[in-house]
Design a protein around this ligand. Structure first.
Ligand SMILES: Cc1ncc(COP(=O)(O)O)c(C=O)c1O
Length: 336
């Protein structure tokens, strides 16, 4: 099947599975897993941070970042469209008593510095203390320019806030904007990076930051139940992805643009490409029947209301791209 629902659906390649099978492992809760240790060290070096912590998911990485930098009653400023606010089941509020101040993301996906400045609360006992700014890059596939992140981070830091970057897909931004991961990471005190999206590993994220923050985070990971034992089999997939699946993100971006161009050439369709994602609108009849027609071609999509999102990844090669185009052509024929 050609699955366009997300880049989280990627399956480990044969070579990745071989690397997993050959991984040196130990008990990571004791700090004894050489593959996990190496993955944490390599990502820390890549992002210019002192240390890293392997966690089961991006959601846990973000939650630990908030719990390690906020106390109960503290406020996290973020966008209402960002994953930490709308897609993580309110974990920060449930586990940490943390409240969110959700702002509107700008059209480029960034948070405007002026809006952040307006939202930061004065030091007054009536207010929840504004403690942390949470940024996201990429956001809905949009690679956010470094300068926009720097402006946001500058306002936050000038007011004593820490900055967390949800970099679930930071390497898509790295490839799209030709900015190093280290430059993006400099804007933040903590960064979470997902291995299981476009990088194609089956699970795992790494939280990066200063040594004392990561030491504190290790205790939080423990009480959340995120300490894994012979996790090196998963870390080996992450190490393989760092070596083989970062540069190839360009292929996903190129195919996404190619698909968007094709859809834009079709009557009544309007498609926008952002790194590895395509968002398509249908001006005349909506998307009725699209998922069904795609399924006949072996293409799985989530039919949207106003927009349908199509995500390109390492499971989609040129032959698959051709099939996707055929599926859309077939659907348009049946609806026009
Ligand atoms: C921007 C962003 N952040 C965080 C996550 C959470 O990752 P996970 O599904 O591994 O918890 C996702 C998942 O799709 C995401 O898109």
């Amino acid at each position: 099947m050609i699955d366009l629902r997300s880049d989280t659906v990627t399956l480990p390649t044969l070579a990745m599975r071989e690397a997993m099978a050959a991984a040196a492992v130990g008990d990571d809760v004791y700090g004894d897993d050489p593959s996990v240790n190496l993955l944490e060290e390599r990502l820390a070096a890549l992002l210019g941070k002192e240390a890293g912590l392997f966690v089961p998911s991006g959601t846990m990485g973000n939650l630990i970042a908030m719990l390690s930098q906020c106390a109960r009653g503290d406020e996290v400023i973020t966008a209402r469209q960002y994953h930490v606010y709308c897609d993580e089941a309110g974990g920060a509020a449930i586990v940490g008593g943390i409240m969110f101040a959700p702002l509107e993301a700008a059209s480029d996906g960034a948070l405007d510095a002026a809006a952040i400045a307006d939202t930061i609360k004065p030091d007054d006992f009536h207010n929840p203390p504004s403690r942390l700014l949470c940024l996201e890059n990429t956001h809905c596939g949009k690679a956010i320019p470094l300068a926009r992140m720097q402006q946001a981070a500058e306002v936050a830091r000038a007011n004593g806030l820490k900055v967390h970057l949800d970099g679930a897909r930071i390497f898509n931004a790295v490839r799209a904007l030709d900015v190093s991961a280290g430059e993006f990471a400099k804007t933040a005190d903590s960064v979470s990076v997902c291995l299981s999206k476009g990088l194609g590993a089956p699970a795992g994220s790494v939280l990066l930051g200063a040594r004392d923050l990561i030491d504190k985070s290790r205790r939080i990971r423990k009480f959340l139940g995120g300490g894994m034992r012979q996790a090196g089999v998963l870390a080996a997939a992450g190490l393989y992805a760092l070596d083989h699946h970062i540069d190839r993100l360009d292929d996903d971006h190129t195919r996404a643009q190619n698909l968007a161009d094709y859809l834009n050439s079709m009557n009544a369709l309007e498609a926008e490409c952002a790194t590895n994602m395509v968002f398509v609108k249908c001006a005349d009849r909506g998307f009725g029947g699209l998922a069904e027609t795609c399924a006949k071609h072996g293409v799985i999509i989530t039919e949207g209301g106003e927009k349908t999102r199509l995500v390109l990844h390492l499971g989609i090669d040129d032959a698959a791209l051709a099939t996707i185009k055929e599926a859309f052509t077939d659907w348009r024929k049946s609806t026009s």
